[in-house]
Design a protein around this ligand. Structure first.
Ligand code: HEM
Length: 244
């Protein structure tokens, strides 16, 4: 081992472990960040979020009589709940009808498509078992989106029945109230879970504000998506696979 003049031991260069050597590096002309969510997607996400939070809060006031009594104006709260409620599909519809729809439409498709073997993500990997390589969304996000979309659609249908069904349909209205209450619980759990997951993953959360994620994040959490948006990355993977 060589010792330099300052008396500090200079270590002989240690060869990098195989896994590190195989890790692809960013080349000089590759952008460091990638766009994960465009402006339309972020506007749709946050406006839908604001509507859902308003419905949960006003719904709580309607559900717990003591809360409504504490501030009075139950009829006003009910009207806010109902009229905000009927705007529920608006963000998604507006986001999907104009020339701005490209990113959003592609992500709706991605959320609805499950790659073969992807459901194995829900199990703990057994020793030696390979984890599925993920695309832009992980299976937990896909499941959450599907259940939330179904629950919100059920809330819209039952809410409209509760408010506007004719008195002759009283039995249907009673059934609608039961379904509305049941899905309230489901939506509450999903939304709280969604917020906790977002807080636990700051890079993913930041991308819903600023739109971007780092290439390193994409390589780690969404490698199939990175290859989809960057042909050079896909070519590099093919070369590595061929070299093995
Ligand atoms: C995130 C979506 C929603 C949530 C979490 C939610 C939650 C709630 C809750 C907790 C109640 C109180 C139920 C009770 O008193 O037993 C309620 C009542 C009601 N909701 Fe919703 N709701 C949602 C969407 C909607 C929509 C889209 C509409 C339709 C336009 C709607 C219309 C109504 C009506 C008419 C009532 C009855 C009000 C009353 O008690 O007089 N809701 N909702």
């Amino acid at each position: 081992m060589a010792v330099n003049q300052g008396g500090l031991a200079r270590r002989a260069p240690v060869p990098a472990p195989a896994a590190q050597r195989a890790r692809p590096r960013r080349t000089a002309n590759e952008p460091r960040d990638l766009v994960r969510f465009d402006v339309t997607e972020r506007l749709v996400h946050w406006s839908l979020g604001a509507i859902v939070i308003t419905l949960i809060v006003t719904g709580l006031f309607l559900y717990i009589p003591a809360l409504a009594l504490s501030i009075g104006h139950r009829a006003l709260i009910e009207n806010i709940h109902v009229y905000v409620g009927i705007t529920l599909p608006a963000p998604l519809v507006v986001g999907l009808v104009g020339p701005w729809r490209k990113g959003l439409a592609a992500d709706v498709k991605r959320l609805n498509r499950w790659a073969p073997g992807e459901a194995a993500w829900f199990h703990r990997a057994r020793p030696g078992e390979r984890r599925p390589r993920l695309g832009k969304f992980n299976p937990g996000q896909k499941l959450n989106a599907a259940v939330l979309a179904g629950a919100l659609a059920a809330m819209l249908v039952t809410g409209v029945m509760m408010r506007w069904a004719p008195p002759s349909l009283i039995t249907a209205q009673t059934g609608a109230t039961l379904v509305h209450d049941g899905f309230f619980l489901v939506i509450g759990i999903l939304v709280v879970g969604h917020i906790l997951m977002a807080l636990a993953h700051p890079s993913a959360l930041r991308s819903m504000f600023g739109g971007r994620v780092s290439r390193a994040w994409a390589r780690r959490h969404a490698p199939r998506w990175l290859e989809e948006v960057d042909p050079a990355e896909a070519a590099r993977r093919r070369t590595r696979a061929g070299a093995r």
